[in-house]
Each structure stands twice: as structure tokens, then as C-alpha cells.
Design a protein around this ligand. Structure first.
Ligand code: PHE
Length: 341
């Protein structure tokens, strides 16, 4: 038995000193000191010894057990230290590595132009309104004097959500005129920028989604002269002093009289070139005096109040402002393009 104990001790200590992980060490503890362990098995045979042999053997067995327990403890500590060292090594921070460059975004030229437009109008006492892109046909058409059967309501032009054409993607920001009249106190001075949608094919000047800025003033004694004066001021602030505009008669169901405003071509100065398709002028917006019927439908007395409104194409305005030739550049979001502004 003495030899047996010595053998266990030598083997166990060697194995424990060589353990590579706490799991391995734990397995050794079970192998030698566990209920079915090798040392335990020897101890179980103590009963077979004579009364004289027993105390000495008992003492020896206890010594072996103590030695093994100590070896486990010492090795456990060693392994923990080793693990910690490895972790610190792995997590080592190299403060000399150059940092990753943080890329800042860039404001889109169209939104730069929009901010300028907002500033100009806010400076003249206008409020900026926001409204839904999913709109009722009632507000986009009926309340703007475009009744059932009006060509602009056609399914080939408009994105409807339902069979009976009641809900749609707004085709213009003009329903914001109605929303303003329905919710605001008179007098009203608002602009309302936002996205609008039409079933157009994409080309250098068209997109099924584009932006407009609606503008509207309703007050007593408001005339077409106010409209022209305001828009000329805005154009000069946007494009520089002396920029020429021209107003042509036009038709919109919700304004009477109606007009379109052109601005002189920045490329050729009015002579005619490919940018203005030989016209010398570029169309920027539709406008007019608000139709008395539209005022009436919103409960405003046209004998007491009058108003004007305009709807400006924002992409076009930005293209003129930054001399951009193709509408598609506005939507492609190529960083090399955007960074130029
Ligand atoms: N909503 C018209 C359009 O999209 C523009 C417009 C707005 C005209 C306000 C007159 C008054 O073409």
C-alpha cells in the first residue's frame, strides 16, 4: 500500500504540474481525489490493514491527499495568471496606429438651394409648412377646382392607392394651400416645400418624384403686382441682382389669372442655347391669383380677401442656382458631384 500511495503521489503531482488548463486540472482532481478517484480507492482498503499498520498508513494517506490538494491550488493559481497574461497580450492597444478617417457627409445642393429659399421667405414674414405626401384627391384636386374628369386626374398621370381614386401621392404641393386655409388664421403667408409624384419617365428634365415649393399669400387688397414684386425679389436674391424674369399667361384650375414665370438662361444670357433649348429662358414656376371658387370652398369671402400662389420646381431652381445641366445628377448622389457645392 505504501508503494501504491507513493506511486499515486508521484504520478498525480507530475500530471498536475503539467496541466495546461483549469479544466485539465479539474479532471485530475476528480481522477485522484474524487469519490471514485485513485487515492480514494486506496483509502477504502484501509480496513484490511492490521491495527498496528493503520495509523502510519492513515497518516501517509493524509499527507498524500494534502500534497495533491496543494498541487491543485498552486497550479490553479499559475494557470489563472497565465490566462490573464494571455488576455492582456491579446487585448493590447497600439496607440501609435493612425486613426481611421471619419468621413463627413455633405449637404445636397438642392437642399442648399431650399435653405436659401426658406431664408428669403422667412425674412419676408412667411411661415414654412410641412405636409403629407400621401394626400386625398379631394385636397389635391377637388378643393383646387379640378373636378372629376379634369385631365390632371387621369390614372396615366397620377399614382393612386385605391380603385376609386380617393387617396394618392400628391402630384403638386398645392393641396398645402387648402391645408393652410383650413387651419390658419387670416392673413396667411406660407411656403410649403416637399416631394411630389407624377407618372413621368426619367430623362434629363423629368423624374417621377421631384420637389416643389408652394407659396401663398392671402390678405386684403393683394394683387398680381405683389406676386410679381415678391417673386422678382426672390429671384434676385437667389441668382444675383439684375437677373431678368418674364411672366407668360398660362392656365391652372385654381388660379385666375394664371401665369408661368421664366428666368433668363444663365448659360447664354437670353440668346438661346442647348441648356434653354434655344429659348433664352428657363421655366421656373407656375403662379396666379387664387381663384375665387377656391377661396369660397375654404370659407374665405373673395369680396373681402384676395391672394396669390405659386408652385416652384425645386430641382430646376437648384440647377439654375448651381449651373447643373442634368436633373439625374440631383438624384444619383455621387459624392464626387455633391462635394462640388
Ligand atoms: N401646382 C402647379 C403645378 O404643379 C403650380 C402652381 C402653384 C400654379 C400655385 C399656380 C399656383 O404645376
Amino acid at each position: 500500500m505504501k508503494e501504491q500511495l507513493a506511486k499515486i503521489r508521484a504520478e498525480a503531482l507530475a500530471a498536475m504540474d503539467g496541466a495546461q488548463s483549469t479544466a485539465e486540472l479539474d479532471a485530475l482532481r476528480v481522477q485522484y481525489l474524487g469519490k471514485k478517484g485513485e487515492l480514494t480507492a486506496v483509502l477504502k482498503q484501509m480496513g484490511k490493514l492490521s491495527a498496528e499498520e493503520r495509523p502510519a498508513m492513515g497518516q501517509l494517506a493524509n499527507e498524500v491527499r494534502a500534497a495533491l490538494e496543494e498541487a491543485i491550488e498552486v497550479n490553479a493559481r499559475k494557470l489563472e495568471e497565465k490566462a490573464l497574461e494571455q488576455r492582456l497580450e491579446a487585448e493590447k492597444l497600439d496607440v501609435t496606429i493612425p486613426g481611421k478617417q471619419v468621413k463627413l457627409g455633405h449637404k445636397h445642393p438642392m437642399y442648399i438651394a431650399l435653405d436659401e429659399i426658406k431664408d428669403i421667405f422667412v425674412g419676408m414674414g412667411f411661415t414654412v409648412l410641412d405636409g403629407p405626401e400621401v394626400e386625398l384627391a379631394e385636397l389635391n384636386f377637388d378643393r383646387l377646382n379640378a373636378e372629376e374628369g379634369h385631365p390632371s386626374r387621369d390614372w396615366s398621370d397620377t399614382f393612386y392607392f385605391d380603385e376609386d381614386s380617393r387617396v394618392m401621392l400628391r402630384s403638386q404641393t398645392s393641396p398645402m394651400q387648402v391645408r393652410a386655409m383650413d387651419t390658419m388664421e387670416l392673413p396667411i403667408r406660407i411656403i410649403a416645400p416637399g416631394r411630389v409624384y407624377r407618372k413621368d419617365e426619367v430623362d434629363a428634365t423629368h423624374s417621377p418624384m421631384f420637389h416643389q415649393v408652394e407659396g401663398m399669400v392671402i390678405d386684403k387688397n393683394v394683387t398680381m403686382a405683389d406676386l410679381k414684386g415678391t417673386l422678382n425679389t426672390v429671384v434676385e436674391k437667389l441668382y444675383g441682382k439684375g437677373t431678368k424674369t418674364r411672366f407668360r399667361p398660362h392656365h391652372f384650375p385654381f388660379t385666375e389669372p394664371s401665369c408661368e414665370m421664366d428666368v433668363q438662361c444663365h448659360k447664354c444670357g437670353g440668346v438661346g442655347c442647348p441648356t434653354c433649348k434655344g429659348e433664352g429662358w428657363i421655366e421656373l414656376l407656375g403662379a396666379g391669383m387664387i381663384h375665387p371658387k377656391v377661396l369660397e370652398m375654404s370659407g374665405i369671402d373673395p369680396k373681402e380677401y384676395s391672394g396669390w400662389a405659386f408652385g416652384m420646381g425645386l430641382e430646376r431652381t437648384a440647377m439654375r442656382r448651381f449651373k447643373i445641366a442634368d436633373l439625374r445628377l440631383i438624384f444619383e448622389n455621387d459624392i464626387r458631384f455633391l462635394e462640388q457645392f
